[in-house]
Write a protein that binds this ligand. Structure first.
Ligand code: NAG
Ligand code: NAG
Ligand code: NAG
Ligand code: NAG
Ligand code: NAG
Length: 478
């Protein structure tokens, strides 16, 4: 179905059929081709809303050319008045909606129809400059500030970004080219960034061509990312999938990610800035994730982890053609810790490394990092892994003055590509293994197959018990 500028969407919801027929008759007189489309749909969300508007009601034009930044901001500002009386919902109907960056509000749902495509504006002025994150002290690409993210929220409660698999296309090629040719003065924006917020759901969408990271919840709690497809060209720079950063209670599930960088990267700030802010990422569950990441990791922890990372659980993960399965990246200067990391049930096809950890990642924000800020890496469990066509089973490199401890690997079968190099390469690590093939390095002595498997928590995280409800949505448009 083609939606051109002359196709008008008159109404959604709360329209009487009579009025609709009246309009239809009127339109019919002008043009015989007019059709009425009525759709009733049901979608699941953490909360349904009492007040619904369409972007069209605020001057939105879905022609793939007109900027809708003001329409988005007007619609959302209007809906913010319903925060305490049922909440507001903004529906984006079929069409191609160009927009620059806009702010969300609380008790709010942004809903994208399956044929709605948000297109990131190609006008750099539509991505205003904002301050760097306090826990990074500067932009990630460049010192100083950074461009806003396309969809952003700050200091909010209860925000939902969802749809019937509608699309957000960052049109990132412009940004990747400028970044690669060093023509950007500031750090690229993300597709979605939610800061200092509580109760966030991002679900049932397709995200493509982000300028940089796709989904970035930061300084937030109770975050669910579910049923998201993320696609970025395999060579696009830093197009990480989902990056929870200094967040507590995070649930990532049923996602399919093809990325030019890590599919999921758990972070918590950078060197002295992250240490000063001191907000960890903790209580994270990642499950039923499929990832293709030829140049990076399926799940990365770090490299920015200076607020600490603790209690991350990953289960039922599939990797295809990826550089590494789980990768811990840290460095002297980061400080803090990565501990209680549990991975169970991982299938891998064609990998450079199944497991990789390094304490010498480097990459500092400036010269003021503290050489005494040595990260502690402890209690890392990997179990029930089947991998095939793997070049190296594991490269596990700790820090000399602070070896990585409590590493446990059990019930792991890795099918290796024929190679003269050793399957495992371990330095400055301590731990145990059982039922691992090929046989791991001497610093992970085999406990025998009767030994207990590596630990995995038996409790449930609070975020796992957040339930979904069915919301009904009626859209009527001509
Ligand atoms: C969006 O929010 C930020 C602060 O979080 C503010 O600086 C900016 O002006 C807001 N943009 C609009 C269009 O209201
Ligand atoms: C948002 O919350 C943070 C942390 O509580 C606070 O420092 C900041 O001033 C708040 N921003 C706004 C715009 O209220
Ligand atoms: C959503 O759309 C993407 C891209 O077209 C597709 O690959 C994916 O399977 C769709 N997901 C669902 C649940 O329909
Ligand atoms: C070993 O892992 C496989 C999956 O990789 C699983 O099916 C099996 O139950 C595990 N065995 C034990 C003893 O846990
Ligand atoms: C195995 O991995 C190599 C890269 O190391 C790749 O070229 C090859 O296609 C893979 N084979 C299969 C059967 O997937």
């Amino acid at each position: 179905m083609e939606f051109k500028g002359n196709l008008r969407i008159f109404h959604i919801l709360q329209i009487s059929l009579l009025l609709l027929l009246g309009l239809w008759t009127l339109k019919k007189a002008e043009c015989r081709k007019v059709r009425i489309l009525k759709e009733s749909s049901v979608y699941s969300s953490t909360n349904c809303r009492g007040h619904t508007v369409s972007l069209m009601d605020f001057g939105g034009v879905g022609d793939g050319v007109t900027s809708n930044t003001k329409a988005f901001q007007k619609a959302i500002d209007h809906l913010s008045q319903f925060a305490s009386v049922g909440g507001g919902q903004l529906v984006v109907l079929p069409g191609k909606w160009v927009t620059g960056s806009f702010n969300l509000t609380s008790y709010f749902t942004l809903y994208l129809h399956r044929d709605a495509v948000l297109l990131g504006s190609q006008d750099i002025n539509e991505w205003p400059l904002i301050d760097p994150l306090p826990s990074y002290g500067r932009g990630r690409d460049k010192p100083g500030g950074r461009y806003s993210s396309l969809i952003r929220g700050s200091n909010l409660t209860d925000v939902v970004i969802t749809g019937d698999n509608g699309t957000i296309d960052g049109q990132g090629a412009m940004w990747w080219q400028k970044f690669k040719s060093n023509k950007l003065k500031y750090t690229r924006g993300y597709l979605i960034e939610i800061m200092y917020s509580d109760q966030i759901l991002i679900s049932d969408l397709t995200l493509v061509n982000s300028p940089s990271w796709n989904v970035h919840p930061v300084y937030s709690s109770n975050v669910i990312v579910k049923g998201i497809t993320i696609i970025a060209p395999l060579r696009s720079p830093n197009t990480d999938g989902i990056n929870p950063d200094s967040c507590t209670n995070v649930r990532i599930e049923d996602c399919y990610i093809v990325s030019g960088d890590d599919c999921v990267a758990i972070k918590s700030g950078w060197d002295e800035y992250g240490i000063a802010v001191g907000m960890p990422t903790q209580h994270v569950i990642i499950r039923r994730l499929t990832c293709i990441s030829p140049t990076s990791a399926v799940i990365a922890l770090g490299s920015e982890m200076s607020g600490g990372i603790q209690d991350v659980r990953a289960e039922d993960i599939t990797a295809i053609d990826s550089e590494s399965g789980v990768r811990i990246k840290t460095a002297v200067g980061r400080g803090a810790f990565v501990k209680d990391i549990y991975v169970k049930g991982f299938t891998m096809h064609t990998m450079k490394w199944a497991f990789w950890m390094t304490g010498a990642y480097g990459s500092h924000p400036d010269d003021h990092w503290d050489s005494n800020a040595i990260p502690v890496i402890d209690r890392i469990s990997y179990s029930d892994v089947v991998a095939e066509n793997v070049t190296m089973a594991g490269r596990l490199q700790g820090i000399q003055q602070a070896p990585f401890t409590g590493i446990c690997i059990s019930n792991v079968t890795i099918g290796m590509v024929k190679s003269k190099k050793p399957a495992w390469n371990c330095i400055d690590i301590q731990g145990v293994s059982s039922s691992v093939s090929p046989q791991p390095c001497a610093s992970l002595p085999d406990q025998g197959s009767e030994s207990r498997p590596c630990p995995y928590p038996t409790d449930r995280l609070a975020i796992e018990d957040v339930e979904f409800t069915e919301c009904s949505l009626e859209t009527t448009y001509i």
